[in-house]
Write a new protein. Structure first.
Ligand code: NOJ
Length: 829
C-alpha cells in the first residue's frame, strides 16, 4: 500500500472543534450540555483551568485527579485504572481481561461485565474508569498490552467497546476509550513515530473508536506515540480532525500519563485534560495549570478553547448521572497505601487521616466472572472424547500455572512475576485479586467430589518429576502460560511486549514431557494471546487443548465448569494462531535503526491477523473465530434481504461559531493565588505567578488555530460516531443454525463480508451471534449489515463509499470455515 505522506491531512485540523451537544438522532448529549454550560458559565478563569489539569502524580488519592472548585463545593475528578477492575485498592473484583471478553463473542456478557465494573468504580467514589481499550488493537501478536483490549478485529473490538462503555456509564461512571491511537507496541512507546495511510486509519484503527463515540463514551485517552511526526496528544489530524470533527466526539480528551508535551500544542491540538498534571517547568510545575491560565490571558489559547475543554469535561460528568446513580459518591480509598490511615496528599506526605475505608464493592460479581471465565475458554482440540471428563479414576495436574501463588494471589505487585497461575497480564491494566481460585484448587475439589485420585506438581523445570506424576494418571492436565504487559515492568527480558511466541518458564518442554508418557494429555493455556502450539495440535498423545486466556479471580472454577461439561464451551478465538511469528506479516519494532527517533510505517495496511493470513495463503494452527463445542452445528438456508434505500447524504454546512461560557475577570490579580492561601507542595495550581509578563512574545499558533468562526462540517461527520447514515441497515442476512449433536450448546455463527477488489481482505467480520440450542433444535439467526459495514474509505472524498466491487457475504464458524455464501445484490445506496 502506497502511503502518501504529502496529502495526508486534507484539512489541517485547526481550529480544534468545539462541542455543541452533538445532535444525532438520540440527542443523548443534549441535556448534559445544557447542565454543563450552566455550570461552566459560573466559573472563574482559574476554576475552569483547575478542572482541566491534574494536581500531580500521587498528589491525591486516585491515579489521576484534577483540581476542584472549592467555592461551589465541587471536588476534582477522580480517574482510576483500569480496564479489568479497580486498580490499587481492595475488596474489588478482578474481572476477566478484555481478550477473554472478546472470546465469549457475547454481547450480553460484554455489557454485564461493563455494568459490574461500573458498579465497583462507582462504589469506590471514582468518576472515570480508565478503560476500555481499543488501542493497541493488536497489529502484532507480541504487543504487550493487546490483552487489555479485545481483538485485532476492529468489528469485534468495536462491539466490545460499545457494550462495555454503555455498561460502565449506566452505573454513573465515565468510561475512557484508550489509547488513542496507534499505540500498537510497548517498545519505544514514548516516542515511536507511526506513519499510516488514511484508509487503514479509518477501516482498522479508528473503527472501534467510532463505535465508542457512537456509544456515548465520555472520555478518550490520547496515547504516548507520535503519528506522522506529532505526538498523539497534540495531533491535529487524530484529535481535531478525526475524533472531534469527523466522529463528532462530545466528551473530553485526557492525556496518557506524561503524554502531554507542550502547553500550546496540546491545547490547540485538542487536548482537554492534562494527566497527571505535573511535569512542566517552573514556575508552574505543569504544562497547564497556571501555564494555561497565562496562555489564555496572553491570547495564545482562545478563551473558547478553554471553555470547550471544561464544558466537555462537565458534560461527561452530567451525562452519567443516570438511574440510581444521580449522586456523586465520596472517594473512599487511596491508591498509595493499603493502610487505613495515610496522607491525604501522598506526594506531599501530609494531612494524615483515614484514606482507606475498605468498602466492599464486589457484590455478586464473582458469579459473572466465573461465567465469563468459562464461556471465554476456547476448546482448540478434543479427540477421542477426552472432554468433558466423567469421573476419571485419577487426574494429574501439572505445572506452575495451575497453582496457587505462594504468598497469595497479589504476591507479584501488578503481576510483575510469574509465580502461580496466570489470570491477568502485567502493568497498569491490573487490579488486585480479592481471591484467586487456582485450577489446582478447583480441580482438587472436583476430584474429591468424584472420588477421583488427585496429584499435582508445581514447578516447570523438573521434567522427570512431571513425567512421573503424569504417567499413571488416567488424565494428565498440563498447564502453561505466556505473560505480557506494560513496559514499566520487564519480566525475564520481556519489556512489556513478548520477545517471542513460545510458552514461558519451560512450558513447551513441560507439555512435551507430560505428553511423552500419557496418551490422554490435556493442555490448558493461560496466555495473553497466540502462542506457537502446532506441535501440540499434531501430537497424538495430546488429545485436548484449551485456551483459557486471562480469566480473573474465578479462573479454576470456570475451567472446571468446561472440563467437566457443566458449561459447553462457546469461546471462539479472538485472534489467529500462527505457526511462527513471521506468519503474521506485520512485525514489532524491537530495535529501531535510530533509537532516538524510532519510526515505523504500518505498510501492511488493513492486512493484520486473519486478513493477512488469507491474503498470504498461510494456514494457521487455529484460525480467528475458531472454537469447538461438545456438540455440533449445521448451517443452512442463507437469505439476503435488501433493505429499502434511505439515501446517504454527505454532511455539509457549518457548525456554529465558537462560544464562551460566562464572563471571566482577566485582571492578572484576579488570576493570582489569593493572599493567605496555604499551598500544598508539590500540588499543581491554576494561578498565575506574580509578575508574569502577559504579552505573547511571538505568535506560535498554527494557522487557523485561533479562529472561532463557524467551521465546515465534514462529509463523514454530523453526529457522534460519524455520519448517521453510516449506521442505516442496508441488508439483513439470515441463516438457520441447528444443533445436530447430543447435548445442548452455544454456537457463534459469524458473518464475513468480502468487499471485493485486491485492496480488500478476503473477508472481514461484520456480524456474530450467540445461539444456544438444545439437541436437534434449530433457529434462524439474522444479521443486520449497515452502510458502514459494506463501505470503504475514500481518501479523496473523505467519506465512506460503497464501491462498485462485487460483494459476497459468508456465514460460518470461523474466518476459514465459511459454510454459506451469497453475493450481495447491488442496490442504490
Ligand atoms: C499509563 C498507561 O498507559 C495508561 O493506560 C494508564 O491509564 C495510566 N498510565 C495511568 O496509570
Amino acid at each position: 500500500m502506497a502511503i502518501h505522506h504529502h496529502n495526508r491531512f486534507p484539512h489541517a485540523g485547526f481550529p480544534s472543534p468545539w462541542a455543541d451537544g452533538g445532535g444525532g438522532a438520540e440527542e443523548e448529549w443534549t441535556e448534559a450540555y445544557i447542565k454543563a454550560g450552566a455550570f461552566v458559565a459560573n466559573l472563574t478563569l482559574p476554576e475552569k483551568v483547575n478542572l482541566t489539569t491534574g494536581t500531580g502524580w500521587e498528589a491525591d488519592r486516585c491515579v489521576g485527579m484534577t483540581g476542584s472548585v472549592p467555592r461551589l463545593g465541587f471536588r476534582g475528578f477522580c480517574l482510576q485504572d483500569g480496564p479489568l477492575g479497580v486498580r490499587y485498592t481492595d475488596h474489588n473484583s478482578a474481572f476477566p481481561a478484555g481478550v477473554n471478553v472478546a472470546a465469549t463473542f457475547s454481547r450480553r456478557l460484554m455489557r454485564r461485565r461493563g455494568e459490574a465494573m461500573g458498579e465497583e468504580f462507582h462504589g469506590k467514589g471514582i468518576d472515570v474508569q480508565l478503560g476500555p481499550v481499543a488501542g493497541p488493537l493488536g497489529r502484532v501478536p507480541q504487543g504487550g498490552r493487546n490483552w487489555e483490549g479485545f481483538s485485532p478485529d476492529p468489528y469485534l473490538t468495536g462491539v466490545a467497546m460499545a457494550e462495555t462503555i454503555q455498561g460502565i456509564q449506566s452505573r454513573g461512571v465515565v468510561a475512557c476509550a484508550k489509547h488513542y491511537i496507534l499505540n500498537e507496541q510497548e517498545h519505544y512507546r514514548n516516542r515511536i513515530d507511526v506513519q499510516i495511510d488514511d484508509r487503514t486509519m479509518h477501516e482498522l484503527y479508528l473503527w472501534p473508536f467510532a463505535d465508542a463515540v457512537r456509544a456515548g463514551v465520555g472520555s478518550v485517552m490520547c496515547s504516548y506515540n507520535k503519528i506522522h511526526g506529532e505526538y498523539a496528544c497534540e495531533n491535529p489530524w487524530a484529535t481535531n480532525y478525526l475524533l472531534k470533527n469527523e466522529l463528532n466526539f462530545q466528551g473530553f480528551v485526557m492525556s496518557d500519563w506524561g503524554a502531554q508535551h507542550t502547553t500550546l500544542g496540546s491545547a490547540l491540538g485538542g487536548l482537554d485534560m492534562a494527566m497527571p498534571g505535573d511535569g512542566g517547568r517552573p514556575p508552574y510545575g505543569s504544562l497547564w495549570g497556571g501555564a494555561l491560565t497565562e496562555a489564555v490571558l496572553k491570547g495564545e489559547v482562545p478563551e473558547w478553547r478553554l471553555d470547550d475543554m471544561v464544558v466537555r469535561i462537565m458534560a461527561a460528568y452530567f451525562k452519567v448521572r443516570v438511574g440510581n446513580y444521580t449522586t456523586r459518591p465520596e472517594i473512599n480509598f487511596s491508591s498509595w497505601t493499603k493502610k487505613e490511615v495515610g496522607p491525604l496528599y501522598s506526594a506531599s506526605n501530609q494531612t494524615y487521616t483515614v484514606v482507606n475505608e475498605f468498602v466492599n464493592v464486589q457484590g455478586d460479581h464473582g458469579e459473572l466472572i466465573r461465567e465469563i471465565g468459562a464461556k471465554s475458554i476456547v476448546l482448540l482440540k478434543n479427540e477421542h472424547g477426552t472432554l468433558p471428563l466423567r469421573n476419571p479414576s485419577s487426574i494429574a495436574v501439572i505445572g506452575e500455572d495451575a497453582q496457587d501463588t505462594p504468598g497469595g494471589p497479589n504476591a507479584c505487585p501488578e503481576r510483575n512475576c510469574t509465580k502461580g497461575t496466570l489470570a491477568m497480564g502485567y502493568g497498569s491494566g491490573t487490579a488486585d485479586y480479592p481471591y484467586l481460585i487456582s485450577p489446582a484448587t478447583a480441580l482438587r475439589a472436583q476430584a474429591s467430589r468424584d472420588n477421583t485420585s488427585f496429584t499435582t506438581l508445581s514447578g516447570n523445570w523438573d521434567l522427570d518429576a512431571a513425567k512421573k506424576a503424569a504417567s499413571n494418571a488416567s488424565v494428565a492436565i498440563v498447564f502453561a502460560m505466556a505473560h505480557a504487559g506494560e513496559n514499566f515492568i520487564t519480566i525475564d527480558g520481556n519489556a512489556g511486549d513478548r520477545n517471542n511466541l513460545t510458552l514461558w518458564d519451560n512450558g513447551d518442554e513441560l507439555i512435551k514431557a507430560v505428553a511423552s508418557v500419557n496418551p490422554r494429555t490435556v493442555v490448558v493455556l493461560h496466555t495473553v494471546g497466540p502462542v506457537i502450539i502446532d506441535y501440540a495440535k499434531k501430537h497424538p498423545n495430546i488429545t485436548a487443548i484449551l485456551w483459557a486466556g486471562l480469566p480473573g479471580q474465578e479462573s479454576g472454577n470456570g475451567l472446571v465448569d468446561v472440563l467437566y461439561g457443566k458449561v459447553n464451551p462457546q469461546g471462539r478465538s479472538p485472534f489467529t494462531w500462527g505457526k511462527s511469528v513471521e506468519d503474521y506479516g506485520a512485525q514489532l519494532l524491537f530495535q529501531a535503526p535510530n533509537p532516538t527517533a524510532p519510526a515505523q510505517t504500518f505498510d501492511e495496511g488493513v492486512f493484520i491477523d486473519y486478513r493477512h493470513f488469507a491474503k498470504a495463503s498461510i494456514a494457521s494452527s487455529f484460525p480467528f473465530g475458531f472454537g469447538l463445542s461438545y456438540t455440533k452445528f449445521s448451517y443452512s438456508e442463507i437469505n439476503v434481504l435488501v433493505q429499502p434505500a434511505t439515501g446517504y447524504k454527505a454532511t455539509a454546512g457549518s457548525a456554529n461559531p465558537a462560544t464562551t461560557y460566562g464572563t471571566v475577570n482577566k485582571d492578572p490579580l484576579a488570576n493570582t493565588m489569593p493572599a493567605g492561601f496555604t499551598k500544598i507542595t508539590p500540588y499543581v495550581y491554576p494561578w498565575l505567578v506574580n509578575g508574569n509578563n502577559l504579552t505573547s512574545a511571538s505568535p506560535v499558533s498554527p494557522a487557523g488555530a485561533l479562529d472561532g468562526s463557524a467551521q465546515p462540517r465534514l462529509p463523514a461527520g454530523g453526529a457522534p460516531g460519524g455520519n448517521p447514515g453510516l449506521y442505516d441497515v442496508v441488508y439483513t442476512i439470515s441463516a438457520t443454525i441447528q444443533n445436530t449433536g447430543k447435548v445442548a450448546g452455544t454456537e457463534i455463527p459469524q458473518l464475513y463480508v468480502q468487499l471485493g477488489g485486491q485492496e480488500n481482505p478476503f473477508g472481514v467480520l461484520r456480524g456474530f451471534d450467540e445461539v444456544t440450542l438444545d439437541p436437534n433444535e434449530s433457529r434462524t439467526v439474522t444479521f443486520n449489515l449497515t452502510r458502514r459495514d459494506i463501505s470503504n474509505w475514500n481518501t479523496t472524498t473523505q467519506n465512506w463509499e460503497v464501491t462498485a466491487n462485487e460483494k459476497v457475504v459468508f456465514i460460518g464458524a470461523s474466518a476459514v470455515d465459511l459454510r454459506l455464501n451469497s453475493s450481495l445484490p447491488s442496490a442504490e445506496w
